[in-house]
Design a protein around this ligand. Structure first.
Ligand SMILES: O=C(O)[C@H](O)[C@@H](O)[C@H](O)[C@H](O)COP(=O)(O)O
Length: 232
C-alpha cells in the first residue's frame, strides 16, 4: 500500500497546490510526447481545484480531458459530470482543451459504455493524471459497494475501458473507467476534504474487504503510489 498524504490548512490552498502539481505533470507530458491526458472525477469536492487548474498557462490545445466516471445522463442534466467540468475546468486558459465524454446518446448505457471505451482506447495509456474522489461509503470512481459489476470493475484482468455500474448509492446508471484504466496513471491522486472523509480513509486503510470499501483496491493495488490530498 503505497500512499503519500499531503495535508493543507484549507481547501483553497489544497486547490492551488494540486492545480500546480497537475499543471507541472501536464507540461512535462506535452514536452515529452506532444500531448497530455487527464481523467477527473465529479462530485462537489473538485470544483475549486478545477477552477484553479483552468487558470494555469500551458498548451491546453495538446491536452485531452476526460472523466473517471459519469452518470448516464446528457450534458445538460445538472447531475452530469461533463457539465461540472465544462462549467469549472474547461474555462479560461483551459477552455481550448479537448474533452472526451463518457456519456453518449445511445440506445442504452451498455452501448454508451462501448462508445466511451473506443474513445478511451484512442488515448495513449497510461493517463498522465487521474484525480479520484471518495464517498463516505468508501466508493471511488463508480466503484460502489454492492455495485452490480464491482468485481469486474476492480479486477486486474478486466481491460482498460468503460463499463456500466448500477448500485443503490449511485443514483442513475453510471459509466466508469475500470480499475485497470486508472491504476497506473503517472500522477494518481485521491482528493478528499473534511474530517468525515479523513475518518473514512483511515477505515479504508485498515484491514477489510475491497468489496466493502472499493477505494481499497486503489490504495492497495494501484501500480502508481497514490498521492492523497486532504484539507479540513
Ligand atoms: O461522479 C461522482 O460523483 C464522482 O466520480 C464520485 O466518485 C465522487 O468523487 C465521490 O462521490 C465524492 O463526491 P463528493 O466530492 O461530492 O463528496
Amino acid at each position: 500500500m503505497a500512499t503519500k498524504t499531503h495535508e493543507f490548512a484549507d481547501a483553497a490552498s489544497l486547490a492551488q497546490n494540486l492545480a500546480d502539481a497537475v499543471a507541472s505533470v501536464l507540461k512535462v507530458a506535452i514536452a515529452e510526447r506532444g500531448t497530455a491526458t487527464i481523467a477527473v472525477s465529479g462530485g462537489s469536492t473538485p470544483k475549486r481545484f478545477f477552477q484553479s487548474l483552468s487558470a494555469h498557462k500551458l498548451d491546453w490545445s495538446k491536452v485531452t480531458v476526460t472523466l473517471v466516471d459519469e452518470r448516464f445522463v446528457p450534458a445538460d442534466n445538472p447531475r452530469s459530470n461533463h457539465l461540472l467540468v465544462a462549467e469549472n475546468l474547461l474555462q479560461g486558459e483551459a477552455a481550448i482543451a479537448r474533452f472526451l465524454p463518457l456519456y453518449h446518446k445511445a440506445a442504452n448505457a451498455d452501448e454508451a459504455a462501448k462508445l466511451a471505451s473506443h474513445g478511451i482506447a484512442s488515448l495513449p495509456a497510461p493517463f498522465d493524471v487521474v484525480i479520484l474522489g471518495m464517498g463516505n461509503d468508501g466508493h471511488t470512481a463508480s466503484f460502489f459497494p454492492g455495485g452490480d459489476r464491482l468485481e469486474e470493475a476492480l479486477s486486474s484482468d478486466t481491460p482498460r475501458g468503460v463499463i456500466t455500474m448500477e448500485a443503490e448509492g449511485a443514483g442513475e446508471t453510471r459509466l466508469t473507467l475500470t480499475f485497470s484504466s486508472l491504476q497506473d496513471a503517472h500522477f494518481l491522486v485521491l482528493h478528499i476534504e473534511g474530517q468525515a472523509k479523513k475518518d473514512t480513509l483511515e477505515n479504508a486503510l485498515a484491514d477489510g474487504d475491497e468489496k466493502d470499501m472499493p477505494v481499497r483496491a486503489v490504495l492497495r493495488r494501484a501500480a502508481t503510489p497514490v498521492d492523497i490530498y486532504w484539507a479540513p
